[in-house]
Design a protein around this ligand. Structure first.
Ligand code: ATP
Ligand code: MG
Length: 201
C-alpha cells in the first residue's frame, strides 16, 4: 500500500511561494544601471525598449534614443516621443535604410551614430539610453565591437542601456544584465496583413 502524501492546500502553496519571493526580494538590494538586450525574431523588441523608456521618463528621468536603422517613414514613436523635453532622439544618417547600396556611405553614417552614442554613454545626466537596432552594426561589421564594450563598461553607474536587434554578438551578451529572446511564434504579416500605422511603425 502506498501512502498518499496529503495534498497541499492552495493557501499553503501560496504561503511557500510568498516566502521564496520575499527572500529573493530581500536579497536583491543593489540599485544601478542595467544593460538590457532585446533579441530574437519575434515582434516586440523596439516597442519594449521604448515602453521601458516611457517608464523612466514617467519618473522624470532623462532619456535618449539612437536609431541605427532608419525606417522608411516617420514612425508613431518618433512623432510621440521626440518632442518631449526629457528625450533626445537621433536617427542615423538619412541615407541608411535597407535600400542603400553604398557601403561607404553606411559606414560613415554608422560612425556618426557611434559618435553620438559615445557622448551619451559618458553623460551622467542621461538616465536611460536606447540603442535601437544597434546589433545590426556588428552583424554587418559597420562598427567594431571593442570600443562599444569599453564604453558600456565605463558608463555612469546609474545609467540604463537597452540594445535591440535580432542577433546579438556574444561579447555583448557576456556583459549584459538582462537578456530577453523574443520568439516569433506567429506574425500577422504571414497571414497577409500589411504593415499598419500604430502597429508596425
Ligand atoms: P516592434 O518595433 O514592433 O517592437 P521589433 O523591434 O521586434 O518590432 P524588428 O526586427 O525591429 O522588430 O522589425 C521591424 C519591423 O518588422 C517592425 O515593423 C515589426 O513590427 C516588424 N516585425 C517584427 N517581427 C516580425 C516578424 N517576425 N515578421 C514580420 N514582421 C515583423
Ligand atoms: Mg525593432
Amino acid at each position: 500500500m502506498t501512502l498518499e502524501k496529503p495534498k497541499k492546500t492552495h493557501e499553503e502553496r501560496m504561503a511557500r511561494k510568498k516566502a521564496v519571493m520575499d527572500e529573493r526580494i530581500a536579497n536583491a538590494k543593489e540599485e544601478r544601471g542595467v544593460l538590457i538586450l532585446l533579441k530574437g525574431n519575434g515582434k516586440g523588441k523596439s516597442s519594449s525598449a521604448l515602453g521601458t523608456m516611457a517608464r523612466c521618463v514617467g519618473h522624470e528621468k532623462a532619456a535618449a534614443v539612437v536609431q541605427f536603422i532608419k525606417g522608411r517613414r516617420e514612425t508613431g514613436e518618433f512623432k510621440f516621443f521626440s518632442s518631449h523635453p526629457l528625450i533626445e532622439w537621433h536617427v542615423m544618417g538619412e541615407g541608411f535604410t535597407w535600400e542603400t547600396q553604398s557601403r561607404e556611405r553606411d559606414e560613415a553614417a554608422a560612425a556618426h551614430a557611434w559618435e553620438i552614442t559615445e557622448r551619451l554613454l559618458q553623460d551622467p545626466n542621461r538616465d536611460i539610453v536606447v540603442l535601437d537596432e544597434m546589433a545590426y552594426m556588428f552583424k554587418y561589421r559597420y562598427l567594431p565591437l571593442e570600443p562599444v564594450i569599453a564604453a558600456l563598461k565605463a558608463r555612469p553607474r546609474h545609467q540604463h542601456v537597452i540594445i535591440t536587434g535580432r542577433v546579438m554578438p556574444e561579447a555583448l551578451e557576456e556583459i549584459a544584465d538582462t537578456i530577453s529572446d523574443i520568439k516569433d511564434q506567429r506574425h500577422a504579416f504571414r497571414l497577409g496583413v500589411t504593415s499598419q500605422a500604430g502597429i508596425e511603425y
